[in-house]
Design a protein around this ligand. Sequence first.
Ligand SMILES: N[C@@H](CCC(=O)N[C@@H](CS)C(=O)NCC(=O)O)C(=O)O
Length: 343
Amino acid sequence: MRNAVAAAAIGMATMLGAHAAIAGKDLDSIRARGALNCGVGIGTAGFMLADSTGKWRGLSVDVCRAVAAALFGDADKVKYVPLTSQQRFTALQSGEVDMVMGNATYTLTRDTALGLDFTGIFYYDGQSFLVPKALGVKSARELSGATICVAPGTTTELNLADYFRANKMTFKPVVIEKVDEIRSAFFAGRCDVYTTDASALAATRAANVPPPRTFDDFLILPEIISKEPLGPVVRHGDNQFADIVRWALYAMIEAEEYGITSLNVDKMLKSENPAIKRILGVIPGMGKALGVDEKWVYTIIKQVGNYGESFDRNLGPGSALKIDRGLNKLWNQGGLQYAPPIR
Ligand SMILES: N[C@@H](CCC(=O)N[C@@H](CS)C(=O)NCC(=O)O)C(=O)O
């Protein structure tokens, strides 16, 4: 009897092993539709912003594009669905979008009770405060009694309450759902302070200050009051799709580590380095294991670029934001960005 159970277990394991990549229902419907529905924010420079021709750009957008490149061999096969912080997780749960790249912080409750899965961390962020210099404040500890603009359904709102309580300070929240309306309220002086992820504050300061005031009229306070690890989110139920989202981001990070860029990727196909050969599918196997074309990483890097290229173009020296890589440097350059091996 015990042998029979053991044999059945081995048989089952063999069956599962024989099909490393079983397409789930979400992946089937995305493939049948021929495009990825990617939930993004309403519009934040550097992360997700539609230009005058309707083309979306940004680091978050590039992760959607990388997933489409892996799935379809074409980074343009994405439909962007702008969502507020309040809408993003219900839109994912209901199937309106396949994944969310809405600068969502990876937390325990979102990853479990909401029925969602975070598949990595594309940006290590933290919460801070944006103030007009005219307010005359240099530290968050001087904000007691301030009126503070904040978006609902965010970790921001929760951290804000914790921080003020922990420091025995008071504040008056002005809760506004749409990010463009929060910015207008802040610039119109309806609140003294705007709080959200420091990266989004840097974007607001660099891209949204209405003239005649400029960037230099505002200040981001030095305190970072929380950890905001921002990740791609999918819903529970389709592990293979989750794997593709997870490894599309890792591929961008791994390519940077190996010096593979959108400019040299064709030359890299001739590299003698076995790791590069595996990453680019010259030695096949990774694509099969993931259930995508063997050229998946080649296509991501050719069409989207590696993580560092995307960061520099959207947030770093090649952008108006000039955000320091900081924690988002690669692990071997003093940062936290670390991709498990593609092997
Ligand atoms: N990271 C925080 C805050 C995120 C946040 O405010 N995210 C989005 C909503 S998706 C936002 O306002 N993004 C800017 C935008 O909509 O353009 C969280 O996950 O709760």
